[in-house]
Design a protein around this ligand. Structure first.
Ligand code: PMP
Ligand code: GLU
Length: 376
């Protein structure tokens, strides 16, 4: 059967594939990019109440105004993105779909989408679906995968229509310093590029400070959501915001013609994500994640991994010189540890493994490192 050429080179998501394989066979599971915590009770209760109150119908395509207002307020106050109100915000069914809508509204055949090498697996696939051309911008393990001069030079040369940045980063855990974001913005300004800043791990930072490109560059689409911070991956709720309202309007057209709107009662529940109570639950989660990160890093130091200590998200991305990452991931699976090989994240991922500590207890992390040491 003939399928659309748009799907050429777009495969099953490696993150979902390996987590499916790990779940099929009981093992220490360091595959999927989510935490094992429950959603804060205050959000769950408010969602149940909304359902009981009959909030079961379509909402405005961009999302309920109350939620968009709360999001705009957060972005102005915390992220210092100016001139935003609810009209500049679009709520949708997960950050992945938000990114899809953003790329589909900006990119046409042949336009360059610049993504870092390595990058989260879906960026390249979404760029392919939009028929854009991917420019891979190199990062290095010895720099902790933080942008360096090579990165800026290749980015400038690529003449990108759109630049996707992601800090804190999946798969590397790197948190980009403000000066790195400022350099990317300079390049975007010179090339009249749109920046998509994926800030889904914004709150999960152990050292350093988050800086939003949208606070200094109008043509930025800031993407964030509830999946990671509030352990709501299954709820499917995220948002995009931009000072450039026209971009949000175009994304809203794709939204209206595809998913219509995000789930109604979930949007009401998410209003409680902006409360002190939910924030306290998140801070407790981050303290636990930090302990896991430290334990994993201590263990990895005893292996021959090349890696810097990542300051955010819940991933480590160690590099093993000369190793075949796919073989290594398969061997680890046979020994009872599920990880994701690095190469699906880009050629810079060859010889790397992505290990998620979002849903693994300290004991399991220790065992996993011992097993890894025995293999590598
Ligand atoms: N961006 C990054 C960097 C991610 O790791 C993920 C994975 N969850 C997403 C976006 C998508 O998030 P969501 O579950 O909200 O679609
Ligand atoms: N983003 C998560 C991960 O990287 C969840 C799976 C996915 O969306 O790719 O594992």
């Amino acid at each position: 059967m003939r399928f659309s050429s748009r799907l050429k080179g777009v495969d099953e998501s490696a993150t979902f594939k390996y987590s499916r394989l790990a779940k099929e066979r009981k093992m220490i599971n360091l595959t999927i990019g989510r935490t094992g915590f429950d959603t804060p009770p205050i959000i769950k209760e408010a969602t149940k109440k909304a359902l009981d109150e009959g909030k079961v119908h379509y909402t405005p395509t961009k999302g309920i105004p109350e939620l968009r207002k709360a999001i705009a307020r957060k972005l102005v106050e915390e992220n210092k993105i100016q001139n935003l109100d609810e009209e500049h915000v679009l709520v949708s069914v997960g950050a992945k779909h938000v990114i899809y809508e953003a790329v589909m509204s900006i990119i046409q055949r042949g336009d360059v989408v610049a993504i870092s090498n390595p990058s989260w697996v879906s960026y390249e696939s979404i760029a392919r679906l939009s028929e854009g051309r991917t420019a891979w911008i190199p990062l290095k393990p010895e720099n902790g995968f933080i942008p360096d001069d090579d990165f800026y030079a290749v980015l400038e040369d690529s003449k990108p229509r759109m630049i996707l940045i992601n800090s804190p980063n999946n798969p590397t855990g790197a948190v980009y310093p403000e000066k790195a974001i400022r350099k990317v913005v300079d390049i975007a300004e010179r090339n009249e590029s749109i920046i998509l800043s994926d800030e889904i791990y914004e709150r999960i930072i152990y050292e350093g400070k988050h800086f939003s490109a949208g606070s200094i560059y109008e043509d930025t689409i800031t993407v964030n959501g509830f999946s990671k911070e509030f352990s709501m991956t299954g709820w499917r709720l995220a948002y995009a915001a931009s000072q450039n309202k026209e971009i949000i309007e175009k994304m809203d057209i794709i939204q209206a013609q595809t998913v219509s709107c995000a789930v109604s009662f979930i949007q009401y529940g998410a209003l409680k994500a902006f409360t002190e109570e939910a924030r306290r639950d998140v801070m407790k989660m981050i303290a636990i994640l930090k302990k896991r990160r430290d334990c994993l890093i201590d263990g990895m130091k005893k292996t021959r991994a090349v890696m810097e200590k990542p300051s955010g998200a819940f991933y480590v991305f160690p590099f093993f010189e000369g190793a075949d990452d796919i073989e290594l991931a398969d061997k680890l699976m046979d020994e009872g540890v599920g990880v994701i090989p690095g190469s699906p994240f880009g050629s810079a991922g060859h010889g790397c493994l992505r290990m998620s500590y979002g849903d693994a207890e300290i004991e399991d992390l220790r065992k996993a490192v011992d097993i890894l040491k025995g293999i590598i």
